[in-house]
Design a binder for this molecule. Sequence first.
Ligand code: 9MR
Length: 507
Amino acid sequence: VSIGSGHPRIRSAIVVLSAAALAAVGAVAVRTPTADAATGDSLGVAAEKAGLFFGVAASPGRLSSIVGREFSQLTPENDMKPDTIAGSGGSVQNTGNADTLVNYAQSNNMIVRGHTMVWYSQAGSLQGTGQSTLNTFIKNALLKWGNKIAYWDVVNESLDDNNTGKRRNQWPHTLDKDSNNDGDYFDDADTDYIRDSFKQARQVVQSNGLKTKLCINDYDIEGLTVKGGAKNNKSEAMYQIVKKYSQEPYKYIDCVGFQSHFNDNPNSIITDDLEANIRRFAELGVEVHLTELDIDDDLSNNDIGSGQAANYRKVVRSCLNVPKCTGITVWGISDSESWRSSERGLLFSGGNGNYTKKAAYTAVLEELKKGRSTTSPSPTSPSPTTPSPTSPSPTTPSPTMETGCRVAYTDNTWNNGFTAAVTITNTSSNTIDSWSLTWSWPGDQKVTNAWNATVTQSGNQVTARNGGHNKTIEVGGTASFGFQGSHGGDNPTPGGFALNGSPCTVS
Ligand code: 9MR
């Protein structure tokens, strides 16, 4: 009998022991989530400090204590798929296992990713139905769990294999119509099940005041290129879909999932351009997640890899370096219990609740603990034509000159973390030579790291000072920076922005 999971008397005794006493107890290796939080010694806790979630795919039979201890997000591996929960006419049924997983996540402070609604595979009674039945199912699934689900994979695996850049040639694509035969499904007169499914999901989210974010998920879209350096056409096709439906006038898609099953398939390799590809999706304003990560421990056809732990490190780093890469989910706990056990692609060995950390685990934890890069360019970095910091401006004003300014502030918030993007516009009639922007937090927010500005905080007062490359703001010009922060559960928008001491308008 393991003492670990919930012997209340022993647990409460340990809480009052000092660290030294705890070490002396030795054999009673109880680590409550609280103890882990204190040391940061858990993937979920380390990830949360870096501003992202670290999750796992699970089934009710795999909910050993490691799940709640190590991970901060949970994806039902199979129990929310239509072949389990879709009844006739788009109804939702048979949700017992899914409910077990959602309840487990809730009581372990994990967020849930719903997986998945519209998919050619495991479609159950949705298979072959029309858009109106899909819409009914989308509505029922969203309303069944509401805000208990943070992210839903609305559309899964819509694109063809073999790097064709086409849609998968089977239902639900059979619903699509290319009215003018121009090769896409983006024209108003076209029928596009991706558009229509997200449209429905967006309407349900909006009209019910839900916070659930709507994602599209696929595999082999991780790199800009595939093996041999050819363009990744599948990734490009996904980019065009996300670009189209995340922007005005649609604004349907919030997030894109790179499944990240890395193996010897030439389109599934880890490329050096993974980070750049994450970044280009992020620059559309969507969140990027690595949703089903596993890495074959023998990527013999992968010319990038040098061992599984190094590959995990590289993939996690690629996400950490892009602020809008807000979560990583591994597709299972241990190798032997994985859908691809022969690849030994996960972070633990062992099984049945008795798991051993692999070198890959240590690599991931170490990388998460290093946090986000502070030097990587943000989507708002200046173009190469921005004047260099040393080039003298003919109209350099005195630092005391009055400024007129406008501030645009947008944030992207989850559990206890957020990222924010700030753009300052110089609305005065003078060039600004150097700047500091101040504001105060209405809540308990804390800035944890920043890019393109040096940000300091004292109490609830924050000061952001220009970086070298963005110190000059021409008349009508802008300077941008971003940061990451933590909050206690509520992240109200700050007010009281002032640039070099003068109040700014907020847009
Ligand atoms: O891991 C899942 C496995 O248990 C199922 O048998 C399989 C059936 O299709 O689905 C697996 O999960 C898939 C996920 O839903 C979508 N991306 C690929 C995953 C691995 O096949």
